[in-house]
Design a protein around this ligand. Structure first.
Ligand code: BG6
Length: 486
């Protein structure tokens, strides 16, 4: 059987808006996620707003591929009496020592987390950072260092300061490049020697469906999204440049949401559609990692009449400072048919689905790893993979064999990509290694964790941490460096 390299970075992943809490403490400002309500079986996650003239408040569905259409004079805001899961989340802010000890007990070599941008720059456009925010992450990194765990830090995981969205219109405004560059410089200067691995923008390609959460852009409009993407690319290049100047031994990676897209039949039209759908994501790595705008995208922009505002050295910067590795999330695959080109998520008759209707595809990771490695020849890191499922406690235990099965297939798939295909894989950080709030639905009931957290969809519970069966399984996998998967 295949062997994982000794340096393989096994670990788990989280994001501040879903994990950290302390949203109104330590001088932190509001981020775009802090105005999203919780979701449950009976209630959808929504954005809350306030009318700045009348003081009236209201709720709005955040539907994918739709504009955020608020009444005139209304802005996204926190309203009284509402439950916002990101505000407390599962309280990493106060429990980081306990949680890091649990991660160490499992044998983690890497710990993916994000820095909450609004904790460092509460409004986003300040020149000076919030010292209390910086100190919090110093404490976290010191704790990780104590156990020899490498932090893997996302700089923006759906946590841009809300003010940047409200006052500047989000990433379609070029000014954000400078704000982000300042933020990145502060982080690199402060944490050099403590953090080696960085990711810039979580799932950058999700701007295609969720421009507000990803980039603070309210309009679901091709021109606005293309401009925001361009500004993100320039910011990414400037971030890599600053990193080279401040601490060249650190590494800055791209973070892509990727799922293989299959044509539903061998009709070439299905295959063509699958190719186009994959390009929706690959475009972002083609630029951020490959260093240039691909011709298929330029042609598409031409057809749609999209014109990018650029400065003369933008393209040169993008070419000169590509990301150094690719971190990606991969949970499922997708199936498309030219007969129903608009339909998403068609049923794949060969695959089962999760309770949330996500396909469970045991070959997903091997396929993705090969696609990305063949295209870019850069090291890859699976920074998110896992199964969201409802868990039941029996006699104080959680027997999550379904999660172990899913993860076992994932590890096998990675192993095959390494051994059979020679792909360079840096690590695996299992998503939501401890139960956290779901990004998509705002639920707590959709659990990914190897560690259970006692809290429900309304935020009630003791927050007690309980090791699930998968905790012991993953501990053994790490201890044997991926040899014993039973
Ligand atoms: C990724 C995100 O899209 O998938 C995470 O980077 C998210 O933030 C994860 O939590 C799983 O999605 P969900 O909606 O099940 O939480």
């Amino acid at each position: 059987m295949a062997h994982f390299p000794e340096t393989f970075l096994w670990g788990g992943a989280t994001a501040a808006n879903q994990y950290e809490g302390g949203a109104l403490e330590g001088g932190k400002g509001l981020s775009v996620c802090d105005v999203l309500t919780g979701g449950s079986l009976t209630r959808k996650r929504q954005m809350t707003w306030i009318d700045t003239e009348t003081g009236k408040t209201g709720y709005m569905d955040l539907r994918p591929r739709h504009s955020v259409e608020l009444p005139e004079h209304a802005v996204p805001a926190v309203i009284a009496g509402e439950y916002y899961p990101s505000h407390k989340a599962v309280d990493f802010y106060h429990r980081y020592k306990e949680d890091i000890a649990l991660a160490a007990e499992m044998g983690f070599r890497a710990f993916r987390m994000s820095i909450n941008w609004a904790r460092i720059f509460p409004h986003g456009d300040e020149e000076q950072p919030n010292e209390e925010g910086l100190q919090f992450y110093d404490n976290v990194f010191d704790e990780l260092q104590k156990y020899g765990i490498e932090p893997l830090v996302t700089m923006s995981h759906y946590e841009m300061p809300l003010d940047l969205a409200i006052r500047y219109g989000g990433w379609k405004n070029r000014k954000l490049i400078g704000f982000f560059e300042n933020y990145a410089s502060v982080l690199f200067t402060r944490y050099k020697g403590k953090v080696k691995y960085w990711l810039t923008f979580n799932e950058i390609d999700n701007i295609n469906g969720f421009p507000f959460i990803c980039a603070g852009v309210k309009e679901y409009d091709a021109q606005a999204i293309a401009q925001a993407a361009h500004n993100l690319f320039v910011a990414s290049a400037r971030t890599v440049k600053r990193k080279n100047e401040i601490a060249p031994d650190m590494m800055v990676g791209q973070m892509l949401a990727y799922m293989p897209v299959y044509g539903c039949t061998c009709d070439p039209k299905d295959q063509l559609l699958a190719m186009e759908k994959e390009r929706d994501a690959l475009f972002f790595s083609d630029v951020q990692v490959g260093g240039e705008y691909p011709r298929y995208k330029l042609k598409e922009y031409e057809r749609k009449g999209i014109v990018l505002e650029m400065e003369p050295d933008d393209l040169e910067l993008i070419r000169s400072y590509p990301c150094e590795y690719i971190g990606f999330s991969c949970y499922k695959s997708m199936c498309v048919s030219a007969q129903q080109p608009e339909a998403r998520n068609l049923k794949n008759p060969y695959l089962k689905v999760s309770e949330w209707n996500w396909t469970i595809d045991p070959d997903c990771l091997r396929i993705t790893l090969n696609e990305l490695y063949d295209r870019y020849h850069k090291p890859l890191w699976i920074v998110e993979n896992g199964l969201g499922a409802e868990d039941r406690i029996e006699d104080g235990k959680i027997h999550d064999s379904y999660r172990i099965d899913y993860l076992r297939d994932s590890v096998k798939s990675i192993k095959e990509a390494i051994e059979l295909d020679g792909v360079e894989v840096m690590g695996l950080t299992v998503w939501g290694w401890i139960d956290i709030i779901s990004a998509g639905t705002g639920e707590m009931r959709k659990r990914y964790g190897l560690v259970y957290v006692d809290m429900d969809d309304e935020g009630n519970g003791t927050l007690k941490r309980i090791r699930k069966d998968s905790f012991w399984w993953y501990q053994k996998v790490i201890r044997t460096n991926g040899e014993d998967l039973e």
